[in-house]
Write a protein that binds this ligand. Structure first.
Ligand SMILES: C[S@@+](CC[C@H](N)C(=O)[O-])C[C@H]1O[C@@H](n2cnc3c(N)ncnc32)[C@H](O)[C@@H]1O
Length: 262
């Protein structure tokens, strides 16, 4: 397909392209919400445990840090490009760990966004720490930001009021949803269409989209990966634009889409 389009349907467009270049080409103020799961740059040759075996923490070549200043430049560029794409009341979600999230937070503040929440996504099934010299890393952070302090952002308060999906201690007491979300990492049933090294759980994206968009809204993910954001958007009746520079990940996304529309 021409124009860098890898897949196109009535509700979904997938681009095979560099995220920043493509975002600069898309129409200004055309997107209601952006969910971005950029490289965390944490592939530093460390060791972790998976299914009882010692394995490298390295995810992929795109996840290797180029040094803090280069990583910061990259985050600043895509966060600026995202700002241009958002409608005036649009919001941006960014996921990350300490390797990346403070750089992203700084870039958000430099670009005029208003940070609305920092969500701690607690992973109850996170991998153990085998060195026994640190606490076991078991959460990621999601920064949720409005385009500007004047934005009238969407927050579906009623839908988020009860922790319908929570399996944790907050379940009984919470009326308003708290900023700590307990959601396991995706199991094999979410990986039937192929494996991506950093796939997000569908439940996480469903919550993000339900909280911050309306039916029919356009959601964009500049680091599409296996397309979890797109699958959640489609299931919830939102339009979706995904960008990734790796064909194999977009192919997984197309399979996942075909799986839910058949
Ligand atoms: C952390 S993963 C996203 C995973 C995704 N959230 C999921 O659930 O599968 C980041 C993705 O960004 C892509 N990527 C990295 N740098 C990119 C760039 N400059 N332009 C486009 N895609 C990029 C990688 O190929 C990878 O699939």
């Amino acid at each position: 397909m021409g124009n860098f389009k890898h897949y196109q349907s009535e509700l979904v467009t997938l681009y095979i392209d560099d995220a920043i270049k493509r975002m600069k080409k898309l129409e200004k103020e055309s997107v209601d919400m952006i969910f971005a799961d950029p490289p965390y740059y944490l592939s530093n040759n460390g060791i972790t445990v998976k299914s009882g075996k010692m394995v490298s923490v390295n995810k992929a070549e795109w996840d290797v840090s180029k040094g803090v200043l280069e990583d910061f430049k990259f985050h600043k560029k895509w966060i600026k490009a995202a700002h241009r794409l958002l409608k005036p009341n649009g919001t941006l979600w960014i996921s990350g760990t300490y390797h990346s999230i403070y750089l992203c937070g700084h870039a958000l503040q430099e670009n005029g966004y208003k940070i609305l929440n920092d969500i701690a996504w607690f992973k109850p099934n996170g991998a153990p720490n085998i060195s026994c010299r640190y606490f076991t890393a078991s959460h990621e952070t999601l920064l949720w930001s409005a385009k500007s302090p004047n934005s009238k952002h969407t927050f579906n308060y009623e839908s988020m009021k009860y922790n319908r999906w929570e399996e944790d201690v907050f379940k009984k007491e919470a009326k308003q949803m708290r900023s700590v979300w307990c959601i396991p990492t995706p199991g094999p049933s979410e990986k039937k269409s192929g494996k991506h090294p950093t796939q997000k759980p569908l439940a996480l994206l469903e919550r993000v989209i339900l909280a911050s968009t309306q039916e029919g809204d356009t959601v964009l993910d500049p680091f599409n990966g296996s397309g979890t954001t797109g699958i959640a958007a489609l299931k919830l009746g939102r339009k979706y634009v995904g960008i990734d520079n790796k064909t194999e990940y977009l192919d997984i996304t197309v399979k996942r889409i075909q799986d839910i529309i058949k």
